[in-house]
Design a protein around this ligand. Sequence first.
Ligand code: HEC
Ligand code: HEC
Ligand code: HEC
Ligand code: HEC
Length: 159
Amino acid sequence: MGNRNGIVLAAVCVAIMFAAGSIRAGTAVQDVIKMENKAYSEHTKAIVEFSHKKHNEEYKIGCGDCHHDDKGKPLNDLKLGDNVQGCIECHKIPGQMPGELKKEMREKKVSKKEIAAKELEYHAEAIHENCITCHKKFNKENKTKAAPQTCTQCHPKEK
Ligand code: HEC
Ligand code: HEC
Ligand code: HEC
Ligand code: HEC
């Protein structure tokens, strides 16, 4: 092999290493995600299996309907292999907003907007709002019950 070919070969090798590196740098996603976030000390409800691939491919829901940036702006151009942040990284508090806190804020005449913003700090509230809002809309528009909207449809039994 001539010297020149050797250089070309080395360049190709480096290019392949970079390509492989960029694939590894992205966040992998399972077809079905067991929604059992590690930030929770315990789950009080049965674990939900979320068919990520089906939602995207069969139900034709775009990435930006669920994933957004740090300003809440939809990430419509997201691709598999990109780095993706988990919901918990921004909706940081595990669980639902305690009923007492909501009551207390209402009694102090805190605005609805502020209460809604506080609610979104809780992981389960953000998740529920995303999933259930779409499911309700879908069921209503299609006169069906295919998309789960009651507690036990998603959390099949008490743990
Ligand atoms: C119907 C809602 C929905 C759609 C549509 C959707 N995702 Fe997701 N995705 C999620 C949820 C929920 C998770 C789990 C995140 C968590 O537990 O914090 C997730 C997780 C991921 C992860 C793994 C992140 C991690 O922390 O391990 C990647 C990567 C990802 N999604 C990419 C995409 C891409 C790319 C698209 C579009 C082709 C897409 N998603 C479409 C809701 C969705
Ligand atoms: C990088 C930070 C970040 C990540 C990651 C993130 N969010 Fe958000 N989210 C926000 C911000 C900021 C808002 C806007 C809050 C506002 O407008 O008051 C928001 C708003 C929302 C809302 C309110 C309705 C809307 O769409 O504006 C829902 C529901 C929601 N997020 C669910 C999720 C879910 C589900 C995930 C994971 C798939 C997720 N978020 C990941 C930062 C994030
Ligand atoms: C933008 C709309 C949309 C969002 C957001 C969404 N879904 Fe769905 N989901 C659907 C539709 C549409 C169906 C039912 C389609 C059918 O059966 O025809 C469905 C069905 C389901 C089903 C039953 C069938 C299956 O695929 O397992 C589960 C469970 C489910 N969704 C969980 C979730 C969870 C958990 C989230 C939030 C992390 C979520 N979905 C967010 C649209 C959405
Ligand atoms: C569309 C599916 C869906 C529906 C409907 C739903 N949930 Fe959830 N719920 C989830 C997902 C997904 C999580 C996030 C769990 C995680 O990521 O660890 C969650 C989290 C929770 C949590 C915090 C985790 C735990 O186990 O303690 C509670 C509590 C909860 N849900 C209660 C309810 C109640 C009560 C209802 C009915 C009013 C309900 N959910 C309806 C999908 C759903």
